[in-house]
Ligand binder design. Structure first.
Ligand SMILES: [Zn+2]
Length: 266
């Protein structure tokens, strides 16, 4: 019986409108709300969830995404990475990214903390974005720290320079993303923001990757509210005040409408 029940919930495609209303109430009444996003927000843009059922790591050995592999085999790494970049440059922000950008413009969401490296929040118009795992839109020289836009790096690769090298010092370029074995970026800033927030809107994260998943925990610890929008149950459902279990695009469109309605009534 319990199993059947879980199966039904996991296949639920309609967003629960009562929960959307409750989430909108939390956001409208918050003094400092932040968003925390993961791969699930970008799947509707056609970017595969690397850890999900269709994830790339099921087809490739995850060792290739470690810093050790990169340092030992930069050429093989870049040839693999170049394939991934094709998806990135055709991907467009979806309704969920756009709704979050609008919530930021309305002053409802102050900052987005993301685990994603696809740059789609910025493409949707969000300005305050902390990218805990870095960005695929840039590469960095390991020797001098100079950064290059990824399209310039792609030109180097496609003209036969593999691995791509720094124009200034000749050092090897690395995608400005956090590889396995490297520490996350800007975590202290994200932590401080979470600790001063009274609400967090989680979108499209299974909340299973640490330290990123500490962010909603910090908000909860300080007495803030936690809203989770995700297709599947997450590891931190037990701390959530509201759970909206449906597609990120559907949920975020409904949530944006509900927030607008509440603001107009205030
Ligand atoms: Zn350099």
């Amino acid at each position: 019986m319990a199993r059947n029940h879980k199966w039904l919930i996991m296949n639920e495609t309609q967003c629960n409108s009562e929960n959307v209303e409750r989430a909108a109430d939390i956001l409208v009444n918050a003094h400092h709300a932040i968003a925390f996003t993961g791969a699930g927000i970008s799947t509707e843009s056609g970017i595969p969830d690397f850890r999900g059922p269709q994830g790339l790591w099921r087809q490739y050995n995850p060792e290739i995404a470690t810093i050790d592999y990169f340092l030992q085999h930069p050429k093989e790494f870049w040839l693999f990475y170049r394939m991934r970049l094709s998806t990135l440059f055709t991907a467009k922000p979806n309704r969920a990214h756009i709704a979050l950008a609008e919530l930021e413009k309305m002053g409802i969401i102050k900052t987005i903390i993301t685990q994603n490296i696809d740059g789609l929040h910025q493409a949707a118009g969000s300005n305050n974005v902390i990218e805990l795992h870095g960005t695929m839109r840039r590469a960095v020289c390991l020797a001098c720290g100079h950064t290059y836009p990824m399209d310039a790096v792609i030109k180097k690769i496609d003209s036969g320079q593999v691995p791509p090298l720094c124009d200034g010092c000749g050092g090897i370029l690395k995608p400005d993303t956090v590889l396995f074995g490297e520490s996350v970026k800007d975590f202290e800033r994200a932590r401080e923001l979470a600790l001063m927030s009274d609400a967090v809107l989680v979108v499209g994260s299974s909340l299973s990757v640490y330290p990123a998943a500490y962010i909603p925990l910090f908000v909860k610890e300080m007495g803030g509210k936690v809203i989770i929008v995700n297709m599947e149950p997450t590891e931190l459902d037990y701390i959530a005040d509201v759970i909206i279990q449906c597609k990120a695009g559907d949920a975020m469109s409904l949530l944006l409408d509900a927030v607008k309605k509440k603001l107009s009534m205030k």
